[in-house]
Design a protein. Sequence first.
Length: 257
Amino acid sequence: MNRRIGWAIVAIAVALPVVSPHARPAPGGVSCGLGLPPGAPGFAEAQAQLALEAKTHGYLKVCEANLERYRIAFRPSAPIMADLSFQPVNLSRTQFANFKSLGAMIEPDNTPHTRLYRGFLMPDGHIVTLFEQDMSVDGTSSWRAPEDEPERINGMPARLSVFQAPSGNAISHLSWVERRRAYELWIDANVVDTPLRKQLFALAASLPPSVPACPNEVPPKPARTGADGFPADEPMPITLTQTEIDDMSDRSKRPCK
């Protein structure tokens, strides 16, 4: 499982390859696949249909395959945690400390090693996954329309997305950004109208402040939105230095300023 999971998960769009869930409706009202990209004919209508469904039911009905993106093959944590380019938040004084660790995972194509998944087994049998990315290391940034972040975690805008397959299997996914640390937290259950919703938010709120690996980083410019409401690419400079070219092709070479 890699970061392309974000295309079908949440609405964080920009340098992070993450945009709002917009799966193509399938027969029977079940959304499957990645759906229409922004700007494609019918995209706005599909978005409106999904928004109506989420408002009506509190969740989106999706194919079982859509949930596979959230099921991670965790590995022993020690070697993975020793090979990171940033310091993950310390969970020893949070509610996560009461759960059984399932290990960790870092994406093979994430050469700067800035994105980390950690899995936990809760006492009730549910699996909860915490993802974090230190954007100060790889220079990425995130953007999401304010109306797409109606929730709050310690005062920070957040989004809750809930997906459920016809089988009853489900994923409830929280996402937010704290300074230069991007977070995703999800549980293998539909938390709508259940005590698990409060518990999921409490887990998110229990995280201590992050410490950026590059504290003196000059953050990227704020995203410029296009006519479609999505971030627009900045014009490519007429000339680039070799250092700039290297930085674009391999962010692992990007120095901390």
